[in-house]
Design a protein. Structure first.
Lengths: 340, 340
DNA sequence: CGGTTTTGCACAAACGTTTGCACACCTCAG
DNA sequence: CTGAGGTGTGCAAACGTTTGTGCAAAACCG
């Protein structure tokens, strides 16, 4: 059971002090080239790797950033992680990944673990359940740099990165109106998510601008489960005058809703058109994808969130100099030829 | 700038020694209940959290397991992470996530970082590019517990968790044959992946058992890019006698191949049937999903891999007692009614 | 009451680094 | 020749824990 090679071992074999070895490895100018080379040679030979733990203890940082999000399997978040990981790896920072599974207590527990682990910073997208922010405030009280992304609770003094969904909803609605749709429904997400409110505002603004009436019967909320989405879509379809287009909270909601339409014998994007958010890659494989989808640039969100966090950690940005980045969404139009 | 609360600070305020505080916090029996309670009280009041770094340095472990995989965004791997994270969180272990993006040099670099970080163990699914295992062997030489999952290179003395794809391919092929298909093509993955070989073997075995001829013209390999899949599918369709069914490496390959079929004016699952691997959730949303798909139980794979790793780390399993878990796949049949 | 055991705590070393400081030697200028 | 400055290295403290050992006081036993 060969032991792990440490600086002390190299020092012993070379008859120098550990401090000399440490400096030699860092190419300190006060170490003679003779010693330096000997140290490097032996280090290579013994396959020495510095202990990040020890170094971090000494330096007072951990080289770890905690990343907390609801569900990895959601494509959106996978892409965010992608962006984060890219930058983190470049900066030799480890990404510790945690899922809240949209549960408040789990999120709370995770933040405690992160504080105990003395992570250098945290990237957080809150759980659906999260209504209060006390646990987040505690993190801030411990001076741990925090960047919130995508799902951002109100009234919290942290850096933020998100995509302007109000504008996305606005443009999507406008696009539908311009294509001649007159009864545009909104199949929105739950109240608790700011994202729902943003979509709502953009939707309303666009309707008003286009001179279309706002009808409450055309506005529904789903908790994003297939069941509830189906229920709400059913309500929309069984109303007196059916919508001729639906703007959905995201692609999954759109797909669930489309299933319901088919069960009514409707031809999707012909009898009733869909536009949604997320622009999932799976849309490429669908025979009848939403006509358009609002791209939220998740990779960019992750990348920018990580960039801000690393800048705060490295002192490039003062912790108090709160950053708020709002990315522009992009309406990706898939087919132009739907209305026959 | 309030400093981080340490054990020393508590000791100072209580006029006891740091060691007493440490023991009190661990509920050591030799500490009086009086002191113990005082310590706990003050620790709570000051919101003391132990420094994991310091503890780990002292204990000689880090409480971190490294997880290296090709692409997070692939649904399969997201689910694996899910399984890992579940168990890791329960065991108070941090999961450090790294993506190789299927590149060999990146994978190599990541393993070095992990060794330097003194992770307690590593979960690895190798990159497509990876042909040699020297870098993996180095990890083992450093006595770092390693569990390989899903993509497992040959000839390596590490624990392994995978899904029996040979059997999956066998059952899928058999299922097609029993449905009356006589010209069953195999649109396989690249040579380098063992998974491809396993599928190949299962496919052949089933054909032979069913008394069907093995035709090389019906066996193609794709590197899993859309372009190459399209190319190979084209070859299959432009051959003298077209296949009446295709077994594809995974759902994505199936979807890409289906697009090609449509461009030939073929009706998917009627003129030509598809069966694939992965059983992606997106199948639920397709109008013409593969008739059946082999479920590989990614969550289970992650869970079991993590279980083995944690057992090795905790000494429950001797590192030399090599575990090899082979999960049984499950053929999920979507529609029974395709052939008209 | 003398001796043994138990109880409660402090001291110090250790984990593997980094880094301020001291010190010895060497060089060179005045 | 003397002092200043430069060069190469070692010592020791520090980061925040844990834990073996030692030691005094208290409690117990016959």
């Amino acid at each position: 059971m060969k032991d792990v090679v440490t600086i002390k071992e190299i020092a012993r074999q070379l008859n120098v002090s550990p401090s000399t070895v440490s400096r030699a490895l860092q190419n300190h100018p006060r170490i003679s080239s003779h010693t330096r080379e000997a140290v490097h040679a032996l280090a290579n030979q013994l396959k020495y790797l510095p202990s990040t733990t020890a170094r971090n203890l000494q330096r007072g940082r951990t080289g770890v950033i905690g990343m907390v999000l609801p569900e990895i399997r959601e494509n959106f978040f996978s892409e965010v992680i992608n962006g984060v990981e890219e930058l983190a790896f470049e900066h030799q920072v480890t990404v510790a990944l945690y899922q809240s599974h949209d549960r408040f207590d789990r999120e709370k527990q995770i933040l405690t673990v992160l504080a105990s682990n003395r992570v250098d910073g945290v990237l957080l997208s809150v759980a659906k359940e999260t209504q209060q922010i006390h646990h987040i405030q505690e993190l801030l009280d411990r001076q741990i740099p925090l960047v919130l992304f995508d799902r951002i609770p109100p009234h919290i003094a942290a850096h933020q990165v998100e995509c302007n969904m109000e504008k996305g909803a606005y443009e999507a609605t406008k696009w539908l109106a311009r294509r001649g749709h007159r009864r545009i429904a909104l199949l929105n997400g739950p109240h608790a998510l700011i994202a729902s409110e943003e979509r709502y505002r953009g939707y309303i603004t666009a309707l008003v601008e286009e001179g279309l009436p706002v009808e409450n019967a055309l506005i529904k909320r789903s908790d994003l489960t297939t069941q509830e989405t189906a229920l709400k879509m059913n309500q929309l379809l069984s109303s007196a005058t059916r919508p001729d287009a639906v703007l959905t909270f995201n692609d999954y909601v759109a797909l669930d809703a489309m299933q319901v339409c088919r069960s009514y014998g409707l031809v999707v994007n012909q009898d009733i058109s869909f536009v949604s958010f997320a622009n999932l890659p799976l849309n490429m494989y669908l025979e009848h994808p939403p006509l358009a989808s609002v791209e939220q640039h998740p990779y960019q969100i992750g990348f920018m969130a990580a960039e801000i966090l690393l800048n705060v950690i490295n002192g490039v940005i003062a912790p108090t100099d709160l950053q708020k980045v709002i990315l522009e969404p992009e309406l990706i139009v898939r087919q132009q030829d739907a209305i026959s």
